[in-house]
Design a protein around this ligand. Sequence first.
Ligand code: TUI
Length: 314
Amino acid sequence: MIQSVLCEMLGIRYPVFQGGMAWVADGKLAAAVSEGGGLGIIGAGNAPASFVREQIAVVRSITDKPFGVNIMLLSPYADEVAACVAEEHVPVVTTGAGNPSKYMKTWLDAGIKVIPIVPSVAMAKLVTRLGASAVIAEGGESGGHVGELTTMVLVPLICDATDLPVIAAGGIADGRGVAAAFMLGACGVQMGTRFLSAEECNIHPNYKERIIKAGDLCTMVTGKRLGHPVRSLRTNFARNYSKAEYGGMPDEELEALGTGALRLAVQEGDIQNGCFLSGQIAAMVNRVQPAADIVREVMESAEPILKGAAAWVK
Ligand code: TUI
């Protein structure tokens, strides 16, 4: 069984986090992952604190295992959600899409383990100084809001930049990815796209089907011009957005084009107007299965690969 310092630190069986995907990662999915021995994470996304509080209650009604909340720092509700997780004393907070500095003291005072997603060495060093428990190094293969660097480059750089445990994310969906992440110096992984196919993942059936059918070239990045690059499935919406972006559409119109598109994908399965966030690894996600099976299967299949690695050394 693969265990690492993260397991003891967080009280989890497997060093696997489920990404806190906006609109997708609700209390039911998070609870299923935590029950399966990983760390389930509620995605606050752009939702208000009332929604997050409800989802925390859902998790607590299903499991007494540890879980986390991801706070999307670009959200207009970030301040109230930050206060809510402190009041609720959630075990773990992860952050994304920004600098979490201004909330760190409140969370640490509430006894929360803070694990920011860092897209750069500078951000890793900053949150290390501010008292983070670990960092998530998320490469640009991931779905959603992406940084510049790939997982292959970012993970070892972050491992060199901090003594904290590093969780690798972006482009990981099976045992080979886990083994590779550990070889790069990570002691845990976070997966988002792989959990889109979980039985307990409550997205529209069109979304699940698209992920399962996706091939290697099925994602693209849009939104660079507005400063928030986002990886999603290459749908008509993404192609049209890209054309508008490079065709000189004014910023406000472009912003309006993207508004509501995540919800349309997740809740309505709207193939024409929805933005179906997905990592490149969707090509490797081929079936629906319980979240707990995903956690176990991915970690168990990494074991022979890691054991076999010694055979390279003569
Ligand atoms: O955050 C994500 N993935 C996301 S967020 C999201 S919802 C969204 N809504 C509106 C616009 C854009 C996205 C969908 N997917 N992943 C973690 C992540 N964090 N990726 C990149 C970063 C990041 C970027 C800059 C973290 C820190 C950061 O700091 C910038 C600075 O220096 O302040």
